[in-house]
Design a protein around this ligand. Structure first.
Ligand code: SF4
Length: 207
C-alpha cells in the first residue's frame, strides 16, 4: 500500500506516560477536523501537501527498524483515516512495538501496543474508542474547554476507569500564567486520574 507520509523522523516521545523515550515517528498526511489551534495544519490535506510523499509499508518499516528506537509512533494528521493494517503488519513482522496517536473519531483498527486518545470538539470519539485508550490527552485553552472535557470524561468514565488523563495547555498559550494556574488548580482539586501535561520536545527544539 502507498501511504501519504508528511514526515518520518527519529526523536523522543515528548509527552504522556512514555515521555523521553526514543521513538520513531511516522506522521501521515490527512485530517478532516481542522482544529483552530492545530500545530500540524500542514498535514491536513492528504493530497496537496507539498512535503507529503507516498511510501509503502515495507519502506517505512525498514526505516523504523534501522532507527533502533524503543517503539514506533503512528501519528498525523489523523492516522486512522487510513488503512493501517498493512503498515502495522509490516512493523510487527520486525518485532516493533507500535503506538498510535489519534483523536478517536474514526475506527481504531487494528490493535496497538499503546493508544493515546486526544479527543477534539470538532468530532468527538466513537463510543467504543474510549475503551481502547491507554491514556487520554485533552488540550486546554480556557476554563470553558476544561469544563467541557471534564463533562465528557465523566460520561465516558461511567463505562471504564482511565489510568491516565493528561491536561495540556494549548501550546500557543502555554506561557499564560492564568491558563497554567487553571490546570494546576484543577489537578490539585480533583487528583487521580488527572495529570498536568507538557510537550517537552518543544523545549528541546525537537520534533
Ligand atoms: S485532529 Fe489533530 S491533526 Fe487534526 S486538526 Fe485537530 S489537532 Fe490538527
Amino acid at each position: 500500500m502507498q501511504y501519504p507520509v508528511f514526515e518520518h523522523f527519529h526523536s523522543f516521545q515528548g509527552e504522556g506516560v512514555h515521555m523521553g523515550r526514543s521513538a520513531f515517528f511516522i506522521r501521515l498526511a490527512g485530517c478532516p477536523l481542522h482544529c483552530p489551534w492545530c500545530d500540524s495544519a500542514g498535514t491536513w490535506s492528504r493530497d496537496a501537501v507539498p512535503a507529503a510523499k507516498k511510501m509503502t509499508e515495507e519502506e517505512l518499516a525498514a526505516l523504523a527498524v534501522s532507527s533502533h528506537a524503543d517503539f514506533v509512533v503512528i501519528t498525523g494528521g489523523e492516522p486512522t483515516i487510513h488503512d493501517l493494517v498493512p503498515l502495522t503488519t509490516a512493523l510487527r513482522a520486525r518485532a516493533l512495538r507500535i503506538h498510535l496517536e489519534t483523536c478517536g473519531a474514526f475506527p481504531i483498527v487494528p490493535a496497538f501496543d499503546w493508544v493515546t486518545l486526544s479527543p477534539k470538539r470538532k468530532k468527538l470519539p466513537l463510543a467504543e474508542n474510549w475503551a481502547k485508550a491507554d491514556e487520554l490527552k485533552f488540550i486546554i485553552t480556557d476554563a470553558d474547554e476544561l469544563a467541557f472535557w471534564e463533562h465528557c470524561f465523566n460520561a465516558a468514565a461511567l463505562a471504564q476507569p482511565f489510568p491516565q488523563c493528561w491536561l495540556h495547555p494549548e501550546w500557543s498559550r502555554a506561557g499564560d500564567p492564568a491558563l497554567l494556574a487553571l490546570i494546576a488548580d484543577f489537578v490539585r482539586s480533583r487528583g487521580f486520574p488527572w495529570r498536568a501535561g507538557w510537550q517537552i520536545h518543544k523545549l528541546y527544539n525537537a520534533r
